[in-house]
Design a protein around this ligand. Structure first.
Ligand code: PLP
Length: 373
């Protein structure tokens, strides 16, 4: 029950056991095209799609490295670990104006506008900040980016396919996801959508060789469609199967189901007197793919997560400065109602055992009401 890598359905695992094919063959091209067609629907975009062999961070690196040369400026807006990664990547390539808010606190949009007024080639943010369970305002920042002519990069790695994410409507020029999150497949693919505006701005001489988005898009437009270098072919088999599985459920239906699961987790937490870690406001909300909660009073991270693990339920802890202070429950991909209920039952049992139930309400009961109203 961690926020990625998530559980993978047997049919997706089986797809990876298929015999190897050439990545220059027509057979591969058909799979690649099928994936890109479904991914456009998944991303809600008409933009071009590149599929890179590597984890989500490779997509972030490809976007920033392709756009930001040593004389270019990138504004980064951050309130958690993965936003800060954009700052670190940007510093490798060019100039960065980092707008760092406290972890888990909403962005101040007036400061974002001020930063853009000073002139920047691009602005980067994380939509669903996995480290703190907060959904950041991509639509609002997209409007600001457009107004100031900046290329808009959004890390949707733990968001696309789980939270609402409208690439074209929000003006996202480069949107990124990773295979091990809402697509519910193993780690190893970074998927990136690229607008025409971003393509014409991808001219940094320092762009990575392996991660050069222009080269990836050029190869993808060949017949048969290809990647510039040998990709992880088995992961493409998995991607095709995972996308068909999600399409059979319905991309929107899957998102709605995940929202309900997260709603159940939040209802249980409230009934048990557990506080949420992130602060929300009118522009920022709780995530439907990962719920971040403070370790309840009277408990330690070790007792809570350690106790749950002994009963077969693995949830995540906090990272860096909030290590030991929070725990996180992931709800994405093929995670089921039964998985969520088992997790919440286990949490409640452990809290009861440690005498940490500050309220008399039952978390499991509150969650059931959300799942089966
Ligand atoms: N961005 C976000 C929002 C993430 O959740 C993660 C991973 O958890 C990453 C970036 C990094 O992705 P990867 O570990 O696949 O490189």
């Amino acid at each position: 029950m961690i926020p990625g890598p998530v559980m993978v359905a047997p049919r997706v695992l089986q797809a990876m056991a298929r015999p190897m094919i050439s990545h220059r063959s027509g057979e591969f091209g058909i799979i690649f095209d099928d994936c890109r067609t479904l991914l456009k629907e998944f991303f809600e975009t008409k933009n071009q799609i590149a599929i890179l062999t590597g984890s989500g961070t490779l997509g972030m690196d490809a976007a920033v490295g392709g756009l930001i040369g040593k004389d270019d400026t990138l504004v980064t807006v951050t309130n958690g670990k993965f936003g800060e990664r954009f700052t670190e990547i940007g510093e490798r390539y060019g100039k960065v104006v980092p707008l760092a808010f406290d972890w888990g606190k909403p962005f101040d949009l007036s400061r974002v506008e001020e930063a853009l007024e000073a002139g920047a080639k691009a602005i980067a943010m994380v939509h669903n900040e996995t480290s703190v369970g907060l959904v950041n305002p991509a639509k609002e920042i997209g409007n600001l980016a457009k107004k100031h002519g900046a290329v808009f990069i959004v890390d949707g790695i733990s968001s696309i396919g789980g939270n609402e994410f409208k690439t074209d409507e929000w003006g996202v020029d480069i949107a990124i996801t990773g295979s091990q999150k809402c697509l519910a497949m193993p780690p190893g693919l970074a998927i990136v959508s690229v607008s025409d505006k971003a393509i014409s701005a991808l001219n940094a001489k320092s762009a990575g060789y392996y991660s050069d988005l222009k080269a990836h898009l050029k190869s993808a437009s060949k017949s048969p469609a290809q990647t510039p270098f040998t990709p992880a072919v088995s992961l493409f088999f998995a991607l095709q199967e995972a996308l068909h599985m999600a399409a059979e459920e319905g991309f929107v239906a899957r998102r709605d189901r995940v929202a309900k699961l997260a709603g159940a987790v939040r209802a249980a937490a409230s009934a048990l007197g557990i506080e949420f870690f992130p602060e929300i406001n009118e522009h920022s909300g709780y995530s439907n793919t990962v719920t971040a909660m403070k370790i309840p009073k009277g408990m330690t991270d070790d007792k809570l997560r350690g106790g749950m693990k002994k009963q077969g339920v693995v949830v995540s802890g906090g990272q860096e400065t909030i290590k030991g202070k929070i725990f996180r429950i992931g709800t994405m991909g093929v995670c089921s109602e039964a998985d969520v209920m088992k997790t919440l039952e286990t949490l409640e049992q452990i809290m009861a055992k440690e005498g940490a139930l500050s309220k008399t309400g039952s978390g499991v009961e509150a969650a059931s009401k959300v799942l089966r109203p």
